[in-house]
Design a protein around this ligand. Structure first.
Ligand SMILES: [Zn+2]
Length: 144
């Protein structure tokens, strides 16, 4: 019942609606990726599969945890950084706004620097996975 009421309201201009129902173009937040999606859910799947971000809640908790850590004046080590899921550009800022978090500009800069490094680590990892798959395909005879 609730569901049908919400669906009817979708066409009206000022009604807030869940992200999954929005029909618009959403760009993948990674700068070296040009994929565009009509739904948040489709982008989420893409982020998970192509950018190793893990589930939405996983990466949001990870980003939030990083802000909390850096806000205390701490910095995560390179080895620990490698173990984290990839974090899309802009997610840290989103978590700061959504959770009204406070972090000094210098610590935020440090965090953004480390997230760029995290993005680079994952991009490298994904690229080497692609190369490995390609090589395996060359070695194995094609069935067709
Ligand atoms: Zn992408």
């Amino acid at each position: 019942m609730l569901e049908s009421v919400q669906i009817k309201k979708i066409r009206k201009p000022h009604v807030r609606r869940p992200n999954a129902e929005l029909q618009r173009e959403i760009n993948c937040p990674f700068p070296d990726c040009d994929r565009v999606y009509g739904q948040q859910q489709a982008l989420n799947l893409h982020l998970q599969r192509k950018h190793a971000t893990g589930h939405k809640t996983t990466r949001e908790q990870s980003a939030k945890g990083l802000v909390e850590t850096y806000a205390k004046g701490l910095r995560i080590g390179k080895d620990r950084l490698r173990e984290l899921p990839n974090i899309p550009p802009g997610l840290v800022q989103e978590m700061i706004e959504v959770h009204s978090m406070h972090i000094s500009p210098s610590q935020l800069r440090l965090l953004e620097e480390d997230i760029s490094e995290l993005n680079r680590i994952h991009a490298e990892q994904i690229q080497s996975d692609i190369m490995r798959v390609k090589q395996e395909n060359v070695i194995e005879p094609t069935a067709v």
